[in-house]
Design a protein around this ligand. Structure first.
Ligand code: HEM
Length: 361
């Protein structure tokens, strides 16, 4: 699970990911954040409005890492022993409760305060926990649901798909060496166990390649042999050599000297690994236009879910949202400001009015 503390994201088309990331970069001359650029991109890209509304809300600055929820954000899948597939969204609800800071409170915190808080809590045995829940949709329902269930900018309404509790996650051990165990950790959305699969979400499809590609450069082809990344269970595959090849935990740290590094081969009977058909993923039929055409995105509604979120906020949370937006938006050009205000108004007229007021216009 390589997720986020928000249930949606700014984009649903991975081709736009580099542009989005570029728009968030610091100014090349001053090396300072450049809110004018953030809003220039967003004003041209209304599908980001839902995520902007979360980011600029009180939840945008968590009081600690223990006080945030986690989400798969993407739709993933489960398949059962009968080979039936279901679409799944994951939610990790903090047992510590959501706690947030205002921008002003956060500005008085020292650098690294999140790290300090988490390390201290675990050292004291106050292990933070999360209740793990899933939303489950059948593949038949997905074809008629009123929104595209693979659109990363949208949530599935809880009233349509209630959260089903499935377990607990606890953080109960700190690393002993931050470099070896944190900086060299290699998380990838394509590390999956049998029974859990992906979905036609295009953003997720791009991420399946991007992370391992990054690991190849960042850590090397044998990143998964490092203790922090190696599975505890035996790994039976045909990857053997490459730069910095060594042992792995499952081979007791011994060099992998298997004589065969390809499949298919004739050596199954003498112990060479063979695929286990009992846990094979069921085929995912290629639907018309890879599931996309079913959902005509031309007239897509980027505003309703952002408006729904705005409407459930308290008056204080709405003020905070408007104030956070006004701080950055007031640095943008008048044309960008006007187009952002149009987007807020489409979500909810009060949303636009509050931002206007906070900007002093
Ligand atoms: C097309 C969209 C995306 C691309 C191409 C992308 C790519 C990447 C890459 C290359 C890394 C660095 C990986 C590494 O060196 O270990 C990364 C880190 C990360 N990404 Fe994404 N990302 C995308 C969207 C997302 C989304 C939607 C989420 C959350 C739902 C997300 C969550 C993360 C997290 C949590 C990390 C840090 C992982 C760690 O600490 O090891 N990314 N991303």
């Amino acid at each position: 699970m390589v997720g986020n503390n928000t249930p949606v994201f700014f984009l649903r088309d991975p081709l736009k990911f580099p542009d989005f990331i570029h728009s968030q970069k610091k100014d090349p001359r001053t090396n300072l954040p450049d809110p004018a650029n953030h809003y220039e991109f967003w004003s041209n890209h209304p599908q980001s409005l839902h995520q902007i509304t979360i980011l600029m809300s009180d939840r945008g600055i968590p009081a600690s890492l223990r006080n945030i929820n986690g989400y798969s954000s993407h739709t993933l899948s489960f398949w059962n022993a009968e080979g039936v597939r279901y679409w799944v969204k994951w939610h990790f609800k903090t047992n510590q409760g959501i706690k947030c800071l205002s921008a002003e409170e956060a500005s008085r915190k020292p650098a690294n305060f999140h790290q300090q808080d988490l390390v201290d809590a675990i050292d004291k045995g106050q292990f933070p926990g999360w209740t793990v829940k899933v939303q489950i949709m059948t593949t038949a329902e997905a074809k008629t649901y009123r929104i595209n269930p693979f659109d990363l900018t949208k949530v599935w309404a809880h009233k349509d798909y209630p959260l089903i509790e499935i377990g607990q996650m606890e953080l109960n051990r700190n690393v002993t060496n931050y470099f070896a165990e944190t900086e060299q950790a290699a998380f990838s959305p394509s590390n999956l166990v049998p029974g859990i699969g992906v979905s036609p979400d295009k953003m997720l499809q791009a991420r399946l390649l991007a992370y391992q590609d990054a690991h190849n450069y960042r850590i090397g082809a044998n990143a998964n042999q490092l203790p922090i990344n190696a599975p505890i269970a035996a790994v039976n595959h045909y990857q053997r050599d490459g730069a910095m090849a060594g042992g792995s935990l499952s081979s007791g740290g011994q060099m992998n000297a298997d004589p065969v590094n390809f499949y298919p081969n004739d050596r199954g009977e003498s112990g060479a690994p063979v695929p286990d058909a009992s846990v094979a993923e069921p085929p995912m039929p290629i639907e018309e236009e890879a599931w996309i055409k079913t959902y005509n995105t031309i007239d897509d509604n980027h505003y309703e879910q952002a408006g729904d979120l705005f409407r459930i906020m308290s008056a204080g949370q709405k003020e905070q949202l408007a104030g956070n937006i006004a701080g950055g938006l007031s640095q943008a050009t008048p044309s960008v400001q006007a187009r952002m205000l149009e987007q807020f108004a489409l979500a909810d007229p009060d949303y636009a009015d509050l931002v206007k007021k906070a900007m002093g216009s």
